[in-house]
Design a protein around this ligand. Structure first.
Ligand code: HEC
Length: 139
């Protein structure tokens, strides 16, 4: 029979076409899900970054305000500088602060933070640095 292979070919091609059409129909759906997933991931990362900085701020309020001034305080040479000033000093990178918090510093020797608290404090300082730089203070 001559018709059989021909019929077979037509059938196969329409199968391919059907699959193609199905793929084209599902593609937007797949892409939508992918995009939604990406957005969700971005939102979650942003949320954890925020709360880490917030926790860092809480650590600073609890342990560091005995010495470090707030920007709104009256300047006092006997007190340690405000973090808004510190983050605008040259070379104050994430790496610098991480190292600083891992070393002993007179007169800060007695202040020992847990590793997660150090990470949170650094997150806070980096957020503060971005905010201060955005205000056009410093470099
Ligand atoms: C006993 C007082 C005291 C306490 C408490 C204290 N600091 Fe300090 N801190 C200082 C002094 C003094 C300096 C040095 C001032 C300077 O660099 O001009 C300083 C400097 C710093 C610097 C700047 C380092 C640099 O090289 O720019 C950072 C960051 C810092 N402290 C973080 C902290 C954190 C975080 C805490 C709380 C866990 C804390 N400090 C608690 C006194 C203190």
């Amino acid at each position: 029979m001559v018709a059989a292979p021909l019929f077979d070919m037509i059938a196969r091609r329409s199968l391919v076409q059907t699959l193609n059409q199905a793929a084209m129909r599902t593609l937007p759906i797949v892409l939508t899900f992918l995009l939604a997933g990406l957005l969700w991931f971005a939102a979650m990362t942003e949320a954890t970054a925020q709360s880490s900085a917030e926790r860092g701020q809480a650590v600073i309020e609890k342990w560091c305000r005995t010495c470090h001034l707030r920007l709104t305080d009256r300047p006092d040479p006997d007190m340690a500088p405000a973090y808004e000033e510190i983050v605008l000093r040259p070379g104050r990178t994430r790496c610098y602060f991480e190292q600083f918090l891992n070393e002993d510093h007179f007169p800060m020797t007695t202040y020992r933070l847990f590793d997660d608290e150090k990470a949170d404090v650094v997150a806070y300082l980096m957020a503060l640095q971005r905010a201060e730089r955005a205000k056009g203070r410093g470099n």
